[in-house]
Design a protein around this ligand. Structure first.
Ligand SMILES: NC(=O)C1=CN([C@@H]2O[C@H](COP(=O)(O)OP(=O)(O)OC[C@H]3O[C@@H](n4cnc5c(N)ncnc54)[C@H](O)[C@@H]3O)[C@@H](O)[C@H]2O)C=CC1
Ligand SMILES: O=C(CO)COP(=O)(O)O
Length: 344
């Protein structure tokens, strides 16, 4: 199977970091007309002339059919599908820009959020931000991409499975058909809430996994963190209407596994450095790429309280990130919690 293409799409990818560039590369491999928008003009020449995005993807070649531009209108003109792939904290601003461009072009598109996070203060998921900022969005349809998919693996053809979720199955199928090929296989899912919660919340647990690694703990501790971390991800998701089964799939346990074990994970590596007693500021400035789990931890800690959902692991990670607690003490405190019945 070369790909499942039913027709050539014009796909605009907004955000030329590691994930936006990798998704643009997959779309170009599948024969679509692909434009990659970046707000950094210096990236345009590098991508168009050298077919590289060195800061984010090192020496990996980017498909030559990916055309970068710093002008959003040029990227979006004629597009049938537009992906937003910027950090959560930039999503609303980019969505506003996109809304103005779509009005100016008088154009309908399928909107896809590939960002994994929840907005600070408003607690909105990426698809909700798009819906709020782009007035035509509900009519146009919104989907999201979730699941275990590091850009570094995708670009090297590591067989990758993702979730393409949308409340409207036709939208999910359009995305699935556009992106699937023999290296990149998409499954549809209509549980938009659960898929977005899975993608956002696993980053928090991945920070914990890095910290555990730094403490020198072994497989028992990691299995404990994954299992009880997944339980609290699912609990909070269900409080927002998610299907618990989604957390057993690619967007849940799948993405948790890759993010909490892979050296490519920015969140895992952040946890590792925090576990070596580096400060949050040092870790952020040294990474040079977004570590979504840091802000998501605060959001999830607040949501747990708001919804009266126990989130002990998230709360522990919050206390390290925001209250200066020591990782070893935090693990001890978790082990000394009141004894529980499993299944809760
Ligand atoms: N890197 C990966 O393998 C994956 C990342 N994701 C998610 O995708 C999202 C983006 O992540 P990455 O590509 O890794 O981030 P990154 O840090 O590699 O790149 C972010 C991109 O957004 C741009 N950007 C930042 N602020 C902006 C603004 N205000 N306006 C316009 N552009 C802006 C940056 O210039 C950069 O090109 C995150 O939510 C992440 O969790 C999801 C799956 C895989
Ligand atoms: O979501 C991801 C992989 O599926 C990326 O995770 P990191 O941001 O931790 O690298």
């Amino acid at each position: 199977m070369e790909n499942n293409i039913v027709g050539k799409e014009v796909i605009a990818v907004l955000g030329a970091g590691s994930w936006g560039t990798a998704l643009a590369h997959v779309a170009a491999e599948n024969g679509h007309d692909v434009r990659l928008w970046t707000y950094k003009p210096t990236q345009v020449n590098e991508i168009n002339e050298l077919h590289r995005n060195h800061q984010y993807l090192g020496d990996n070649p980017i498909h030559p059919a990916v055309v970068a531009t710093a002008d959003m209108q040029t990227a979006v003109r004629g597009a049938t599908m537009v992906l937003t792939v910027v950090p959560t904290k930039a999503t609303r601003q980019v969505a506003r820009q996109l809304a103005a461009v779509l009005v100016a072009l008088d154009q309908q598109v399928t909107l896809v959020a590939a960002t994994k996070g929840i907005e600070a203060n408003t607690y909105k998921r990426p698809s909700e931000m798009l819906a709020e900022e782009i007035p035509q969005a509900n009519r146009l349809g919104i989907g999201i991409i979730a699941g275990p998919s590091h850009a570094e693996g995708v670009i090297k053809h590591d067989p990758t499975l993702v979730t393409m979720a949308a409340e409207d199955l036709q939208i999910a199928k359009q995305m699935q058909a556009a992106f699937s090929n023999q290296f990149f296989r998409a499954y549809t899912n209509t549980d938009l809430v659960g898929s977005e919660f899975g993608g956002a919340l696993k980053n928090v647990i991945a920070i914990g996994a890095g910290a555990i690694e730094a403490l020198g703990f072994d497989a028992n501790a990691k299995a404990a963190l994954f299992t009880r971390g997944l339980a609290e991800m699912s609990r909070l998701g269900q409080a927002f209407g998610a299907n618990p089964l989604t957390f057993m799939g690619l967007a849940g346990v799948g993405d948790l596994f890759v993010t909490a074990t892979s050296v490519h994970s920015r969140n895992f590596r952040a946890g590792l450095e925090l576990g070596k007693n580096k400060s949050v500021d040092e870790v952020v400035s040294e990474m040079g790429m977004v570590i979504e789990g840091i802000s998501t931890t605060k959001v999830v800690h607040e949501l747990g309280r708001l919804k009266h959902v126990p989130m002990p692991i998230t709360d522990a990670i919050y206390s390290v990130l925001y209250e200066g607690k020591n990782t070893k003490e935090v693990v001890t405190a978790l082990m000394e919690r009141e004894l529980q019945q499993e299944g809760n």
